[in-house]
Design a binder for this molecule. Structure first.
Ligand code: ADP
Ligand code: MG
Length: 305
């Protein structure tokens, strides 16, 4: 559906995308996971033809991405990271503007506006000005504005930043439904939970480069361990965490330590140490690692710092 071949994009001296190659198949929900500044929005703007690469090529269904070519424009919808709506207009008036930009009008446009407002639970707010909407409502409207013309490829650039859990779920459910219906989706996020839930394949991106790409299971095989051990961070367990430095990595977040062992480290040694410190086994939970661990392993940093 979308292919990038050795794509590089610079802003002055800064290389925002560095020799990126990527193939996204029809029907995929493909995740771009990376921290702020990784190059996700740059990739989206190149894929949608808003910007041109300095080197390399981008094609959609075999045809070069070209903003001038209307067939390339109608093939895709872009949900931009910053909300692009007219605040003074109502939800319905906004959708009419976006629909008409894509040549929709009359009964067909009205029917799609009705259908899409319903799909994201905004039908009862259709006549309200967008400036009175919550962040989550604006995000939902921003999403359907990109879909009225029924593109084959949807580019979603961090569409849940600043939304309440209810709006987030409405957005997820809707995207999953669209994807089951055959829509190809590229979804960028810095939340590994979102990529894990929505995406069949995920590219981990940082400093303009793709560091790893695959299904969740494939990405987890990049780790030298199959399980990590979590335990509450307390003065008593801090002593254990301090002892484990040479045996793997300790990640401390939200009042918990997570121990990610080195490849050759035996977990029996972990439990022996805990016992020697008088720490009961019930404190410890072995768990499958997450993409956060993969990112840490590849970059030495956490996704959210
Ligand atoms: N218009 C621009 N001019 C200069 N630098 C930019 C511009 N847009 C993005 N950048 C820089 O390019 C890098 C990638 O940015 P971006 O693609 O927005 O990352 P992400 O969307 O993953 O947060 C960042 O270092 C950012 O500061
Ligand atoms: Mg961005």
């Amino acid at each position: 559906m979308l292919s990038l071949r050795s794509v590089t994009k610079r802003y002055g001296a800064l290389t925002a995308l560095d020799d990126v190659s990527l193939d996204i198949a029809p029907g995929e929900c493909f995740g771009l996971l990376g921290p702020n500044g990784a190059g996700k929005s740059t990739l989206m703007s190149l894929a949608s033809g808003l910007r041109s690469p300095d080197a390399g090529t981008l094609t959609i269904a075999g045809a070069p991405v070209s903003p001038a070519d209307p067939s390339s424009r109608t093939a895709l919808g872009l949900v931009p990271q910053s909300i692009a709506l007219y605040e003074e207009l109502s939800a319905e008036q906004n959708l009419r503007v976006f629909g008409e930009l894509y040549g929709l009008h009359g009964a067909k446009l009205r029917a799609r506006i009705d259908e899409d407002l319903e799909a994201v639970q905004l039908a009862d707010r259709r006549h309200d000005q967008v400036k009175h909407f919550s962040g989550g409502m604006q995000r939902r409207l921003n999403l359907i504005a990109a879909l009225l013309h029924r593109p084959r490829l949807l580019l979603c650039d961090e569409p849940t930043v600043g939304v309440d859990p209810q709006s987030r779920n409405a957005i997820f459910d809707y995207l999953e439904r669209l994807n089951r219906g055959g829509l190809t989706i590229i979804y960028s996020t810095h939340y590994m939970e979102e990529a894990t839930r929505l995406c069949s394949r995920i590219a981990i991106i940082d400093h303009g480069r793709i560091l790893a790409l695959g299904t969740l299971d494939e990405l987890l095989t990049r780790l030298p361990f199959e399980e990590e051990i979590g335990f509450p961070a307390t003065p008593a367990t801090d002593a254990l965490a301090a002892q484990l430095g040479g045996d793997g990595t300790i990640v401390t977040q939200e009042g918990r330590h997570r121990f990610q062992p080195r490849a050759d480290f035996r977990l029996s040694a972990f439990y022996a140490r805990a016992e020697a410190l008088g720490l009961p086994p019930r404190l410890f939970t072995a768990a499958r690692p997450t993409l956060e661990a993969v990112f840490l392993h590849l970059t030495g940093r956490t996704l959210r710092e």
